[in-house]
Design a protein around this ligand. Structure first.
Ligand SMILES: Cc1cc2nc3c(=O)[nH]c(=O)nc-3n(C[C@H](O)[C@H](O)[C@H](O)COP(=O)(O)O)c2cc1C
Length: 212
């Protein structure tokens, strides 16, 4: 099949998110200037650069009470956020924290999670998550939207500090067989990394042969 994205795709649901999958999930903790805590998952999310580490995420639509989603408002207000990574074991807590609830609701409490102080930013991190990246805002970018009532807004942030639980480290490397990062597919589907294979890049394989 073929469709122009300016036309209707003709399928039961928009296939785009199923096509670009799996997408990692950034579980973003923020704090308002009044000190209210907020936590929500975002799968329009990924790493954009390594050194220094830069992360990107995108907010679509608005809060049920109107205005921007709480995470975006807090990031704009304070310039700080923490990206907590979601694992298979944390899937239900992540899902609970995605509920569109009133602004005053603290999703840490809603999902039964423990906020612990960060080292260099104000928003706390999720204790139960094995990876927390303390970030400062770099840029907010308005993306095109096909419906002016549903804005698409991208946020770029730089990770200035990273916590990794010793539980997922083996011989100085992150061990995927212990980490099990969760990712979003299309529709209501998810996957988790449970097995891994390696590939040498052609130039690396060539180097190995010459040094043999
Ligand atoms: C797995 C998952 C991924 C999500 N990804 C996004 C996303 O990329 N962008 C977005 O705006 N909302 C996304 N959502 C919905 C938000 O988590 C939801 O709107 C949340 O209530 C926003 O909370 P906030 O107002 O506290 O920021 C996702 C939800 C789930 C369960």
């Amino acid at each position: 099949m073929f469709y122009k994205t300016s036309d209707h795709h003709g399928m039961k649901h928009n296939p785009f998110k199923a096509l670009v999958s799996p997408r990692p999930i950034g579980w973003i903790s923020t704090q308002s200037t009044d000190g209210e805590l907020n936590l929500a998952p975002f799968s329009f999310f990924n790493a954009m650069a390594e050194s220094p580490p830069v992360l990107a995420m995108a907010f679509t639509g608005n809060h049920i009470e109107g205005g921007a989603k709480d995470s975006l408002s807090n990031i704009r207000e304070t310039g700080e956020f923490v990206v907590n990574m979601v694992t298979y074991e944390l899937r239900d807590a992540m899902n609970a924290s995605s509920e569109m609830v009133g602004r005053a609701v603290n999703e840490f409490e809603l999902a039964g999670l423990t906020p612990v102080p960060s080292e260099i930013v104000k928003p706390p991190r999720v204790k139960e998550s094995p990876v927390n990246m303390e970030c400062k805002l770099l840029q907010v970018i308005d993306l095109p939207t096909s419906n002016p009532e549903v804005p698409n807004i991208m946020v770029l942030g730089q990770a200035h500090a990273i916590h990794i639980s010793d539980d997922i480290i083996t011989d100085g490397m992150v061990d995927m067989s212990k980490y099990h990062p969760l990712a979003r597919l299309g529709y209501r589907d998810y996957t988790a990394v449970m097995d891994v294979f390696s590939l040498d890049r052609p130039d690396q394989a060539r180097q190995d042969r010459t040094h043999r």
